[in-house]
Design a protein. Structure first.
Ligand SMILES: [Zn+2]
Ligand SMILES: [Zn+2]
Length: 556
């Protein structure tokens, strides 16, 4: 065993002890030991105990621990600290710029326990409110995190979107006489993916030459060529010919259960298909977009009639759920409103954080009054564009909202969201959510599970019970369109629509650029076949005014 390998045990031990707030004196002796081992030229594994114990900065106590490491390849005191440290906190130690002190603040004060949550907090500007985190530090941490996550193998749809579109364009331009399509999970508009599938009619030699030129490492697998670029993201190349191209693309762009059901259709017979449409014509089924090739039951629906048109990005008529400089946003209400107006939206619903969200500069009652004055003045200036008064009210531990009724009554719309104590049982989560939904001031339930894709699972909930309760109390369920949230999960949208519950695709924008996230919400909503009629943010201004009147009547 090399000295530096042994040293790493002590370095990690010292860091963990720091994180757990142990006596600095004890911690220091271990970090010193790591330092000494690193500098020592003679291997300690060759030394006798007396030689080892005599080294300055080692001594008998640490010497015995070194013997334990050499004999067992582990250190019991370190194992004990590892046991009581969440895996996400350990992972943070791998991030450049994050030492034990900062990690303690992140863990204990921001209550963040994973890399993904931490990145999201950077995007929301939450770190800068804490001691030791300036704007520059936050930016550096964000960059290190993005770098780290980029190498983890799985990517959000939004992170690979550009790569996929550029690749498609490059292939079309370089090899115009061949067919190519980005298929698989990307074509299905999945919320995240581990690799990209490309179907092409390009011969193997042309493809491998082209990829080698571009410095890709290529590996031949049984069914495809796998290649990885510098960023380590995998692209799988499925080689076909014009007769097999469309069928290959079809098999990759549907859920396995959907595909099995398809192959059992009475008229199905595998033969060369010359287009995607031909695959549908053969079995007499109306076209089903790749995004909707999920549950087999949609095949029955599409065999009877054309599927209703799913929502499109241009069907979003207003921005619902948007933060401003009044809480943790980057832009003022006026800047946000002007940008929304310019992008062709008819209204903007400003929902800053409520008072319990102290980390996000949540609004106390007196600041709400001042904000409403500002909105009134802007509305005079920007008509016919309308800014509605709203709040993203924290759902407190007992499920109550964050303000007394007279304050809640001053908002056009109340979005109720859980932001604190996310670690809870389903029973506790449901108690909080159902209480909030039944509150007559709640119009929209915000990001219902609190999940962050690829980084935080979200608290456990009973979706059916939430939908039922929202139906009973006329509460809309948000589809938070931030590409890292996409919460509620699209898999429950149909059930909500069948129960006459409206969905609202909301960007939860913390800056003007955030408006564009609506698209990611739309892409997953398409998977569920959501129509614009069932989406609140597709309401025109006059429909929105009616909706607000109806919500206010609920308050009694
Ligand atoms: Zn929120
Ligand atoms: Zn928000």
């Amino acid at each position: 065993m090399h000295n530096y390998e042994i040293g790493e045990y002590f370095a990690l031990l010292a860091k963990l002890m720091d994180i757990h707030g142990e006596n600095e004196f004890k911690t220091k002796s271990y970090s010193n030991a790591a330092f000494t081992l690193d500098k020592l030229t003679e291997p300690v594994s060759d030394m006798s105990p007396s030689q080892l114990y005599a080294i300055r900065g080692i001594g008998e106590a640490i010497g015995k621990k070194i013997e334990e490491i050499i004999a067992t390849k582990s250190l019991s005191i370190l194992d004990a600290y590892l046991q009581k440290t969440p895996p996400g906190i350990l992972e943070m130690l791998k991030i450049k710029g994050l030492g034990p002190k900062k990690i303690v603040t992140i863990w204990k004060e921001l209550e963040i326990e994973s890399i993904g949550e931490l990145l999201y907090a950077c995007e929301e500007n939450r770190l800068i409110k804490y001691k030791g985190f300036g704007e520059k530090t936050q930016k550096n941490i964000q960059e290190s995190l993005e770098f780290y996550l980029h190498h983890q193998g799985n990517y959000l749809y939004e992170q690979v979107e550009n790569l996929a579109l550029t690749l498609q364009q490059n292939l079309n331009e370089t090899f115009p006489n061949h067919q190519h399509i980005i298929s698989g999970h990307f074509k299905r508009q999945m919320e995240w993916l581990g690799f990209l599938d490309v179907v092409t009619t390009l011969p193997a030699t042309n493809l491998t030459n082209w990829l080698t030129d571009k410095m890709f490492k290529i590996e031949k697998k049984e069914e495809y060529f796998s290649c990885k670029g510098e960023d380590n993201f995998e692209i799988r190349w499925h080689l076909t010919n014009p007769d097999t191209f469309f069928w290959k693309d079809f098999t990759l762009s549907c859920d396995p259960a959907f595909l099995s059901a398809w192959e059992l259709l009475p008229n199905f017979k595998l033969h060369p298909f010359q287009s995607e449409a031909a695959i549908f014509e053969q079995v007499g089924v109306h076209f089903i977009p790749a995004a909707q090739r999920e549950q087999p039951k949609i095949i029955q629906n599409a065999s009877k009639k054309t599927l209703p048109a799913a929502i499109n990005p241009t069907d979003i008529k207003g921005i619902i759920h948007s933060h401003s400089t009044w809480s943790d946003g980057i832009h003022t209400i006026e800047q946000m409103a002007l940008a929304a107006k310019q992008k062709g939206y008819e209204y903007l619903i400003i929902s800053d954080h409520s008072k319990s969200a102290f980390y996000a500069n949540g609004l106390q009652a007196d600041r709400i009054l001042a904000q409403h004055k500002e909105i009134d003045a802007l509305n005079k200036k920007l008509a016919p564009f309308v800014i509605f008064k709203s709040i993203e009210s924290d759902i407190l531990n007992d499920g109550s909202l964050d303000y007394p009724e007279e304050v809640l009554a001053s908002f056009d719309i109340v979005i109720a969201s859980v932001h604190s104590n996310l670690k809870m049982t389903e029973e506790k989560a449901m108690m909080r959510l159902l209480n909030a939904i039944s509150n007559p001031y709640t119009s929209i339930l915000g990001h219902p599970t609190g999940r962050l894709l690829l980084s935080r699972k979200g608290y456990p909930v009973d979706h059916e019970a939430i939908i039922e309760s929202c139906a009973e109390h006329n509460v809309v369920i948000e589809l938070n369109a931030h590409p890292r949230r996409l919460d509620m999960d699209w898999r429950y949208i149909q059930a909500a629509v069948e129960n006459d519950v409206l969905i609202s695709i909301n960007p939860d924008a913390h800056a003007i650029a955030g408006f564009d996230d609506c698209k990611y919400g739309v892409l997953v909503a398409q998977k569920a076949g959501l129509t614009k009629a069932s989406n609140l943010s597709s309401f025109s201004l006059s429909e929105m005014m009616e909706f607000i009147e109806f919500q206010q009547a609920k308050r009694g």
